[in-house]
Design a protein around this ligand. Structure first.
Ligand code: C2O
Ligand code: CU
Ligand code: CU
Length: 499
């Protein structure tokens, strides 16, 4: 207890930026209440209306660079419990980076070296994984490099020119990733381009995350349904707020970066009367804008950049996550639409926009593959011990820390075929590099990728096959897995040795 008081006191002196939640650094209450694992019976959840809604959208807290050396970003991240009074009279014990929900935004420029002094004040081992960033295997925050409770480590990597894009960071310890993320550990990372053709357009950062709260304010444990289908709470938050209001820029055009930072929720985003122009994916800008999209589907962990032009409607329009059927198993309620945020076009004075640049950048085709790989996602039902359970497998196996599943040669172009042989969607993600989608195949019908883009996550519908091209530029062990975190936690993950 003494120890805990000490770390909370220390944390209280940290600069907590942009924290709209009014974090109180009080004792976090009974740590044993934060038990983990699935319970068959679900706890009583807080009613949705008990969480305040309708406030102006917050900007994200930013991690300050403490270095004055050009080309170096240096800062500290501390993972620790904090108590946040979200619901009236029922405070919530979150786990956060630097007391911030979501974790503070790290913003660097391509070419920069990043040094993060990390400290783990959680009661569990953890890591910081730099999702999507091209970092050496020993800096990737993989399950092989855990930082023990009370431990520290330095993460250090240089981000090459060409890596500008929209990334994030989150824990990746063996077996505890789902729990640590749903307790609040996930932060944002933007690598800015030295030359950005869309620089003049005001930017909005929108992080969509999931929250499941018990009526007593505690973070609800996973139930059996969460373990099977991936956790979806009663709240889908934008920048950690319920249904905030975004006052749209008076000039009538904004560039939105959107993160799906939820454990398992698919986001089929719709903004009535407004169409999106897609300009970027996980790994940065496309070659050309793709205009006229009436919806955007973001699987867990995916990011996009879109240009939004004001609607001629001068009132408020609700950004909605429309129903998306991802083939959940068991007795689950029908998918329903969720209101995420309202966009207020009332201040817009300008409705005539200049055309966007025809070319955003050049993306070279990775070229002819020198090797191929095949990854199969599957599910296996079992009734072991009278308990109905499902196994989520990669190439027929459950993840094993001591097994290398695939071997690649460094700097070699490969064609990966990923096949979803299950009846449910699964988002495929690989560490350490960005890939190019080549084509999708469903029911024997092959659809080539509509444009060239860099991605680190791609959704696979039930029975779908995708083919991607990729190259790893560092030697070492990298994970690939389903990014429905409960599936990853249950072992739907494999290891690639780049030799
Ligand atoms: Cu977002 Cu293996 O991670
Ligand atoms: Cu990752
Ligand atoms: Cu999955």
């Amino acid at each position: 207890m003494t120890q805990r008081r000490t770390f909370l006191a220390t944390l209280g002196s940290l600069p907590v930026l942009g924290l709209h939640l009014g974090v109180a650094y009080a004792a976090t209450g009974d740590m044993s209440a934060m038990n983990m694992g699935a319970t068959a019976s679900s706890v009583k959840l807080a009613a949705v209306e008990t969480l305040a809604a309708g406030a102006a959208l917050n900007d994200l807290a930013k991690l300050a660079n403490t270095s004055s050396q050009p080309g170096l970003f240096r800062a500290s991240l501390i993972a620790a419990p904090v108590t946040v009074p979200l619901l009236p009279g029922a405070p919530t014990a979150f786990w956060t980076y630097n007391g911030s929900l979501p974790g503070p935004l790290i913003e660097v420029v391509e070419g920069d070296t990043v040094e993060i002094n990390f400290e783990n004040r959680l009661p569990q081992a953890t890591t910081v994984h730099w999702h999507g960033l091209p970092v050496p295997a020993d800096q990737d925050g993989s399950p092989h490099d855990e930082v023990a409770p009370g431990g520290k480590r330095l993460y250090r990597f240089t981000l090459p020119v060409g890596s500008a894009g929209t990334y994030w960071y989150h824990p990746h310890p063996h077996g505890h990733t789902p729990e640590q993320v749903y307790r609040g550990l996930a932060g944002l990372f933007i690598v800015r381009a030295k030359v950005d053709p869309l620089k003049a357009i005001p930017e909005r950062l929108l992080v969509i995350s999931d929250l499941k709260l018990s009526a007593d304010g505690s973070i609800a444990p996973n139930d059996a349904n969460d373990e099977m289908n991936g956790r979806e709470g009663q709240f889908a938050l934008v920048n950690a707020q319920r249904q905030p209001v975004l006052p749209f820029d008076s000039q009538g055009r904004e560039r939105w970066r959107i993160w799906n930072a939820s454990s398992a929720r698919y986001l089929r985003l719709v903004l009535p009367e407004v169409s999106f122009t897609l300009v970027g994916t996980d790994g940065g800008l496309l070659e050309r804008p793709v205009a006229g999209l009436t919806e955007l589907l973001l699987a867990p962990a995916e990011r996009v950049e879109v240009i939004v032009d004001a609607s001629t409607n001068t009132g408020k329009v609700v950004l909605t996550a429309a129903p998306y059927n991802r083939g959940k198993m068991g007795d689950v309620p029908a998918e329903k639409a969720l209101s995420l945020m309202s966009v207020d076009f009332g201040k817009v004075t300008n409705t005539v926009q200049k055309p966007l640049p025809v070319t955003l950048r050049r993306i070279n085709d990775l070229g002819k593959p020198k090797a191929t790989k095949r990854v199969v996602f599957s599910e296996k039902m079992s009734m072991a011990g009278g308990q109905h359970s499902v196994k989520f497998l990669v190439n027929g196996k459950t993840f094993d820390m001591n097994r290398v599943d695939l071997v690649s040669r460094v700097n070699q172009v490969e064609l990966w075929e990923i096949a979803n042989e299950s009846d449910m969607d699964h988002p495929f993600h690989i560490h350490g590099t960005q890939f190019q989608l080549v084509e999708r195949e469903l029911d024997g019908q092959v659809t080539p990728a509509p444009y060239r883009a860099w991605q680190d996550t791609v959704n696979l519908k039930a029975r779908e096959i995708v083919r991607i091209k990729l190259t790893h530029h560092f030697k070492g062990i990298y994970m690939f897995h389903c990014h429905i975190l409960e599936h990853e936690g249950a072992g739907m993950m494999g290891q690639l040795n780049v030799a």
